[in-house]
Each structure stands twice: as C-alpha cells, then as structure tokens.
Design a protein. Structure first.
Length: 390
C-alpha cells in the first residue's frame, strides 16, 4: 500500500485550485471563449527533461519521403538540437508506416527510415518503432489486396517480418498493432455505424479479411523477426472510454492466455486540456498495469482548443497546460509501477509541426515548444512531474 504523503496531498489540492481558477480564467466562465489576458507568455529555461528520468522520454519526429514532409528533421539543425537536449528516444511520426516502407508489393523503401534511425543512433537516442500493422496510412495495393484469408495473412506476415527483421538491433520496442479496437460503447450503439457487426473490433480492411486473428498473427510474426524487444498494442481513447478499455483488457487477456508474445499496452493519449478527467486517466493506467504488461504513453499531446473556441494562446492557457501536463505525467508515474514503465513520448516537438490542427481543423498549441521552438510553460509541468517521482 502506498503511504499517504500529506505534503503531496496539500500540494495537489493547491494545484487543483489553481487549475480550477485558471480554467475559469481561460474559458471566461463557462463560455469557453478566450476573453483576453494580454500578459506575455513566459519562457522557461528547463535544462534537460531527459536528465530527470531513467525511463525513455520520447518524441515523434518528421522525416522526409521523396518530396513529401518538408518539415524533415534531418534538414533542421535547430529541431535536432532540441530533441537531443531533452529527449532520449524518438518515434518516426510517419516514415515507418507501411505506406512508406512498402509502397508497392515486394518493394521496400528503407532509405528514408534508415537515415532517420542512423541519425538517432548517432545521437545516442533510442528508437520506438511505429507501426507494423495499422489500417491507416497503408499503401493502396495492400488495402486493395485481392486474396483469401490465407493469402492476406501471408502478405501481412511478410510485411511484419521484413520490417521487424530490417530494424532488428536498431529499434528498442515496437507498436505491433495500432488501433484495432472500435470506439463503440456496445454493438447497439448508434455511433457504432458499420462497426456494429465487428464490435468490439474496428471494422477495418484487416478485420474484414482476417477477423481478429490478424492481431495475434502480427505479434507472432514480429516476435519471430525480433524476439529481443518489447512488443506493444497501441490505441487511443482508452483513458476516456471505460468500455473501450474493457475490450482492450479482454483482448489482452485472451492473447496472453493463447501465449501470444505481447509485452505492452501503448496509450496514445491525444487528450484535451479538460478531457478525459484525471480519475478516468488514472483508472485506465491502473487497469493496464494490472495486466502485468509494460505500459507506455506513446503519443502524448494536449489540445488547448479542441472546439475552436480560442483565437489565441494566452498566458493563462499556458499555465493551465502546464498543470495538465504535470497532472497526466504524474498520474502515469504513480499508477504504473516503475518496472512496468515503458516511458512517455510526445507526439511532436513544436506546435508548428503538430498534426492536431490538421486533425481538428483549427489552430492549436498542444506541445511543449512553441512555433519558434521556444520552451512553453508546459515543459515545466513535465519536468516537475519527473522530479517529484525521483
Ligand atoms: C499522424 C501523423 O502525426 C500525421 O502527420 C499523419 O498525417 C497522420 O498520422 N495515431 C497514430 C499516429 O498512431 O500514427 C498518427 O500520426 C496520429 C494518431
């Protein structure tokens, strides 16, 4: 049983008051509209985040592919400096997904990912591999693959074994299967749409061709190609949707009962400044840890403008973001025993590169560094959480 730390409780209580008052300030009461505050946003001077923890502290970085992705980290020394200074691990934001690694059947394009991985290794950064099997960012030939279940499975196994073998010795962990679960609350949920028949799984091209068997098969193929690194199942909204978490736990327990080589659960954690509530987040971490598997935050970012209600990022919002980052990282460090902590990774370095505005359709400021790669107050929230846990 953890001992109750009264100092910590007092501190948390004080912090929750600050969060409440900041929420009101930032939201203008209940309207959620930015009502000003002209004071400048302060710029912290955190020396190095990674120096405050032994667990992997990661970040997703963009790399180029032919003439795509003009924000390629390999062309940006300023971005490289920030990554090396503060993080111990990278995830390729896109370049290791199937559409880039195998754009035509049997044609593997390694050079782009290889350059990125080499840069990481040269700079003493580890690499978390992302992602072997995912229904999205799949090459068209794979999506439209014409074959029976046996042929489909052989085609997927071939992708997984080629990729996991190629990076054997170079990556330290893999997201093996990404987003295989449905977001429905039940098979009868109206939100379920065409996923009703496949509940609790996502009605993806993978499920349509293979049922849920593709999940176990992917882990087996990955393990065969690289048995030395932890293999993760990765998904989103599992800290918000208790029913999705139920489905995840049932799935994981089934895989373990069948001796499938799964080692960890990845929480994407694309969350908002006020959603999900911290109780749900803590409960989800606790439940994942109770499986005995590793638990990793794989893609943390924090929307400050989820509904497009804010036209700019104010000093009050910056402090609110600090508190929320601190709250989430603290929850992870407290709920997941240290020997099960796979680490925390952020989905991008600077607000300028974040996928969130493209995803939500409006401006946002979800990350630890601003458009000019300057530190935002948020970075202090993460640093404080790491220091407190030491
Ligand atoms: C996103 C990238 O950040 C974008 O650049 C790309 O256009 C789409 O994919 N869950 C995942 C990530 O597992 O791979 C996604 O990354 C974000 C959601």
């Amino acid at each position: 049983m953890p001992v109750l730390d009264t100092d910590l409780v007092t501190k948390l209580f004080r912090k929750s008051l600050i969060v409440m008052s900041l929420s009101l300030a930032a939201c203008g009461g209940s309207s959620g509209v930015d009502q000003g505050g002209d004071e400048p946003i302060r710029e912290p001077m955190v020396e190095s985040l990674k120096a405050q923890t032994d667990m992997p502290l990661g970040v997703a970085v963009p790399a180029a592919y032919y003439d795509y992705f003009s924000n390629d980290i390999l062309q940006r020394p300023d971005l490289q400096d920030v990554v090396v200074q503060h993080f111990s691990q990278i995830t390729a934001e896109n370049i290791m997904k199937s559409s880039y690694l195998q754009p035509a059947q049997g044609v593997f394009e390694w050079q782009w990912a290889d350059q990125l991985v080499q840069w990481a290794l040269d700079n003493k950064l580890t690499v978390h591999g992302h992602a072997l099997v995912w229904h999205s960012q799949m090459p068209t030939w794979m999506e439209q693959f014409d074959g029976d279940a046996g042929q489909w499975q052989a085609m997927l196994d071939d992708h997984v074994s080629n990729v996991a073998s190629h990076f054997n010795g170079k990556v330290v962990s893999w997201d093996v299967v990404n987003e295989a679960l449905s977001d429905c609350a039940s098979a009868n949920d109206s939100y379920c749409g065409d996923s009703a028949a496949t509940y609790p799984y996502r009605n993806s091209v993978l499920y349509q061709n293979l049922g849920a068997d593709f999940i176990a098969a992917a882990f087996r193929a990955a393990h065969q190609a690289d048995s030395s690194v932890p293999l993760y199942y990765n998904d989103y909204n599992i800290s918000a949707n208790g029913l999705k978490m139920d489905a995840l736990i049932t799935m994981v327990e089934g895989l373990l009962a069948d001796s499938v080589p799964i080692d960890g659960i990845g929480f994407q954690m694309h969350v908002d400044y006020n959603w999900p509530d911290i109780t749900s987040i803590r409960s989800a971490f606790r439940r994942a840890a109770a499986t005995g598997l590793l638990v990793k935050i794989t893609e943390l970012d924090l929307k400050m403008n989820p509904n497009g209600q804010n036209s700019r990022f104010t000093a009050a919002m910056a402090e609110q973001q600090l508190e929320r980052y601190q709250q989430i990282v603290t929850a992870y460090l407290e709920e997941v025993p240290s020997e099960q902590q796979g680490g925390v990774s952020f989905w991008g370095v600077s607000d300028a590169d974040s996928w969130i505005p493209h995803h939500t359709g409006h401006e946002d400021w979800p990350l630890l560094f601003d458009q000019d790669l300057k530190q935002k107050p948020a970075i202090e929230g993460v640093e404080q959480a790491l220091i407190t846990a030491q």
